[in-house]
Design a protein around this ligand. Structure first.
Ligand code: PAF
Length: 288
């Protein structure tokens, strides 16, 4: 497995592979890899001949006071995991090469970014859209695999890929969970054992939501149930939103569509956790 830091070298490697008729599978990451990322690599492997994984902690998607500096970084450990999983190349550019001093371009995806994390992390999705567009331009035509845990991110990426006619086919994969239901996240490493135990109430509440929905309970009551559970165990709630899974527009009280996205962001201490489930589509997070 190769590790490439240079943008031109990565572009050439991918172009050469395509010239030889190889299909490229691409998994963009910020490193600190866990089983959730590695399942994306497995899917890329299944669909393609050459698997590229980018590891780049992207400064433009972190706001002031967020965890950019303390975000876990472990290139050697990540490389070991990726090599064991059969990845072919890691792309690990520097921030200086990705964002030269004179770069002036921004990418903004409208409406889809208004709510959920977009409302609580101003500029976050502009940073994601910019870096992912740049990465897609470096890798070139490929199949790119993302996790559905970052549900809004996946929708935003699908949208700008279509809007900008980028030659990339996007695949979304189910959230990977620990045996007790906690959604895997690089940020779980920040939690103490006591905080981690409290965090479980999130996947439990989302699991309850499936049963309540199947029993015809009103959406507002389901939302209250989730909020009440989180209030008891988290330190603060950014949002609990019930929305259309396609447009991410919050549902009105009287609406009851067959599929409902429940997306949550909440904090334990300084750690912000997100999770989601689509009622009427996904299996419940626990026991599903
Ligand atoms: O989901 C992530 O790890 C990041 O947001 C991504 C897509 C790699 C862009 O930096």
């Amino acid at each position: 497995m190769k590790i490439i830091h240079n943008i031109n070298e990565m572009q050439h490697l991918c172009a050469d592979a395509r010239m030889q008729g190889q299909k490229i599978g691409f998994v963009p990451t910020m490193g600190a890899l866990h089983e959730g990322h590695l399942k994306l690599v497995d899917e890329a492997r299944r669909r393609s001949d050459l698997v590229a994984v980018s590891i780049f902690v992207n400064p433009t998607q972190f706001g002031p006071g967020e965890d950019f500096e303390k975000y876990p970084r472990n290139l050697d450990g990540d490389a070991e995991k990726l090599s064991a999983r059969g990845a072919d190349v890691i792309f690990n550019p520097s921030a200086g090469d990705m964002y030269p001093q004179n770069s002036l371009t921004k990418i903004h995806v409208d409406t889809l970014t208004n709510g959920l994390c977009g409302a609580h992390r101003p500029g976050h999705f502009d940073g994601v859209a910019l870096v992912v567009t740049k990465l897609f331009n470096i890798i070139g035509p490929c199949t790119a695999v993302f996790g559905r845990k970052d549900y809004q991110q996946l929708q935003v990426i699908r949208q700008f890929t279509k809007d900008l006619n980028l030659p990339v086919s996007i695949v979304g994969m189910p959230t990977v969970r620990e045996a007790d239901g906690l959604a895997m996240s690089s940020r779980n490493a920040y939690l103490t054992a006591e905080e981690r135990a409290r965090a479980l109430s999130l996947s439990r509440a989302l699991t309850d939501a499936h049963a309540l929905f199947a029993n015809g309970v009103a959406l507002l009551t389901i939302e209250d149930h989730i909020r009440n559970n989180l209030i008891a165990s988290f330190d603060s709630i950014d949002y609990v939103t019930l929305a259309s899974p396609d447009t991410l527009v919050p549902l009105e009280e009287a609406q009851r569509p067959p599929k409902v996205l429940i997306a949550v962001a909440a904090r334990i201490g300084a750690t912000r956790l997100i999770d989601n489930t689509v009622l009427g589509e996904d299996a419940p997070p626990i026991g599903g």
